[in-house]
Design a protein around this ligand. Structure first.
Ligand SMILES: [Zn+2]
Length: 245
């Protein structure tokens, strides 16, 4: 499906998805939010003016088809359309119900099958990864893992995600997921790498990376960590969307 004018601001996955699949991640460029939320904040729960957030959401391609989850950093996955939307992943085979996850450092992962009949979106921070949100979503799909491709969107990179020893220990069994930081007693955690390994463990081998770090480009991305470090304040959210046209 052809994307329209506003879409120059969007990031689209570089992957061989079939033409029936529409996928994008917003940046903070464009939009009407102001101050610390400046730009295209789509997070209704972060303290921004709700009218601005609603206006921003309305700008998105096929906005009326997007299902906004109530994300809770757990491993729940819902099939759309769903009554309860308290979940961190959604899957859909329905053209009228598109999947979406909001992030600002956590890893957004978009999935589709090569036939273009099913899509999914996953919000994966360390809590969701530890609780196997990826495996939970892949097993919720009708499509077989061998037919699924995945895209790992903009997220905080290893270098910028410093964690303490107790959090690092939760992932030290995964090769290359953790490394010591230059600061004694601190570690760096590689969330995109953990997502990649968990996709592989779930049988998904066609994995594409945005290679974009949310922390490193504050004009382009909302980054929870960056906002904490530089303003000690909340910030906005981007959204990663996938649907069948
Ligand atoms: Zn980074």
């Amino acid at each position: 499906m052809a994307l329209t004018s506003f879409d120059a601001q969007l990031i689209t996955p570089d992957w061989p998805a079939p033409p029936s699949v529409v996928a994008y991640t917003t940046t903070r460029q464009a939009g009407v939010s102001e101050g610390r939320y400046a730009g295209l904040n789509v997070g209704m729960h972060v303290g921004d003016n709700p009218q601005a957030v609603a206006a921003n959401r309305a700008l998105l391609p096929m906005a009326q088809r997007i299902t906004w989850l109530d994300q809770v950093h757990k491993n729940g996955c819902v099939r759309l359309p769903a009554k309860s939307l308290q979940a961190d992943a959604s899957v859909s085979r329905n053209r009228l119900h598109w999947c979406a996850v909001m992030t600002a450092d956590c890893v957004p992962i978009l999935l589709c099958d090569k036939q273009g009949t099913e899509v999914a979106a996953i919000h994966a921070g360390w809590k969701g990864l530890e609780q196997q949100i990826i495996a939970s979503t892949v097993t919720s799909l009708v499509a077989k893992p061998v037919d699924i491709m995945a895209w790992i969107g903009p997220a905080i990179c290893l270098q910028h995600y410093q964690v303490d020893a107790s959090l690092a220990a939760r992932f030290e069994h995964l090769e290359n997921a953790v490394r010591p930081d230059t600061v004694a007693g601190k570690f760096c955690l590689d969330l995109p790498k953990i997502a990649q390994m968990q996709l592989l463990n779930a049988g998904v081998t066609k994995i594409y990376h945005s290679q974009l770090c949310t922390y490193s480009d504050p004009d382009r991305f909302y980054s929870h960590r960056y906002a904490q470090h530089h303003q000690n304040a909340p910030t906005g959210r981007m959204v990663s969307v996938i649907g069948l046209a």
